[in-house]
Design a protein around this ligand. Structure first.
Ligand SMILES: [Zn+2]
Ligand SMILES: [Zn+2]
Length: 414
């Protein structure tokens, strides 16, 4: 008996309709925001993530599925979605298309996480990437897209925003933060003592309680923003005010990735009994340059689909199923079966979900089965029905029965 790898999950036939529902909502909302789907491979050259995600992040240092293929190339399974989209954008010369280019993806994401943390090693992510527009209006649009989707799915969320500044203002902030940390090095974990030199911003989202306590009074980046970054942040806040979406400015949101500039944001669930981030993202104006492309601004977010589904289920949101057959034809005898087989095939060709027995069940068991698969109607064909050309058609939810000519069954359901 071979088991599923740790940290992965099957989506079974009786639960896939929930995925379809969420994916359909994604397609509806992205359509109304004029966003098109991009599909990139499940694996990329490892170099892409070293340069794109940043080699001081936990993702790159600890969590990537990296291996050499038979040709000796270092390959990595996508640990996040943005770098692949950026790579594709550069490689396909998409900066020559109409800007901004608004894209979304739904993709498996692979991270070697500790299984006891309840996290999956393969999960699925919906992400949005807008390229080519520098203004805070695009940030607002991306945030509102995420909010529209989460609301449509029935979740209650609150929005936290922050600005990470640009390299100019981050330089002075890093200095201030480093000076603050140096005086308190004994209160920091080992990793943060290393981060302090290399990338002090990383200490801000350390989960270690002692680090958290030490960093409570750390200088906040919004006090160090340059005029340009400040104006950008103010415009974002103004547009969010205009949209009516409430938000909190939270200086401790730095997101786990090195490529963010200016706006970063998180949606946090406010539903009873749940906690944590549902969706996070931000602006990355240097990513394309970092990966060898031109100066192209970008903003986007990622949202874990398993997490969204779990929150919906915890909240008791009923996801419509809509995959029951319209008609089941129960049969007795080979001639009746042939007639039913013919009708079912015709109906399916017309796009009507119709079903027939495949297990050589008796008539009673066929009705039981039809009930189990929630067929809306059951028609019964036996020798006498073949002779008279008339069948009984039972509506399963209220039990009413009508007589109908066999030859008009197709017409009735088509
Ligand atoms: Zn700045
Ligand atoms: Zn720490």
């Amino acid at each position: 008996m071979i088991n599923i790898p740790k940290g992965t999950k099957d989506v079974l036939p009786d639960e896939s309709y929930k995925w379809h529902y969420i994916e359909n909502c994604i397609r509806e909302v992205t359509k109304s925001f004029g966003v098109h789907e991009i599909r990139t491979p499940v694996f990329e050259h490892t170099e892409l993530f070293l340069r794109g995600v940043g080699d001081t992040t936990d993702i790159v240092n600890k969590e990537m599925y990296t291996f050499n293929d038979k040709g000796g190339r270092s390959i990595t399974l996508k640990p996040e979605g943005t770098a692949s989209v950026a790579r594709s954008f550069i490689e396909n010369g998409l900066s020559n298309t109409a800007m901004p280019l608004k894209m979304y993806y739904v993709s498996p994401i692979f991270r070697y996480e500790r299984p006891q943390a309840g996290r999956l090693r393969e999960h699925h992510q919906f992400g949005v990437e807008f390229y080519g527009a520098k203004g805070a209006d695009t940030d607002a649009e991306v945030i509102l897209l995420a909010y529209t989707l989460l609301t449509k799915l029935g979740l209650s969320v609150s929005l936290n925003i922050n600005s990470m500044g640009c390299e100019k203002c981050r330089k002075s902030y890093n200095e201030a933060l480093r000076a603050f940390l140096k005086d308190r090095a004994e209160g920091l974990c080992e990793t943060c003592n290393v981060r302090m030199e290399k990338n002090p911003l990383r200490t801000l989202d350390c989960k270690n309680p002692s680090c958290k306590e030490t960093l409570k009074d750390a200088p906040v980046i919004t006090d160090y923003l340059c005029d340009d970054c400040k104006a950008h942040f103010e415009r974002l806040k103004g547009l969010l005010d205009l949209s009516g979406l409430e938000y909190t400015v939270n200086p401790h949101i730095v997101r786990g990735l090195d490529y963010y500039t200016k706006t970063v944001f998180e949606f946090v669930t406010t539903d009873l009994g749940a906690q944590g981030t549902v969706c996070g993202g931000g602006r990355y104006d240097n990513l394309i340059t970092q990966l060898g492309g031109g100066q192209v601004a970008g903003v986007g977010f990622g949202m874990g689909i398993e997490r969204v589904l779990m929150l919906m289920e915890n909240k008791g949101i009923v996801i419509p199923k809509n995959d029951e057959p319209r008609l089941f034809i129960a049969t007795m005898g080979e001639e009746a079966y042939k007639k039913a087989f013919y009708i079912v095939n015709k109906l399916r060709a017309l796009g009507v979900a119709a079903e027939i027995d495949h297990m050589e069940r008796g008539i009673k068991a066929q009705f039981k089965y039809a009930d189990k698969i929630k067929a809306q109607y059951v028609a019964t064909i036996g020798e006498s029905e073949l002779a008279s050309g008339v069948v009984n058609l039972k509506k399963m939810d209220d039990g009413t029965v009508e007589s109908i000519e066999i030859d008009s069954l197709i017409e009735k359901f088509a």
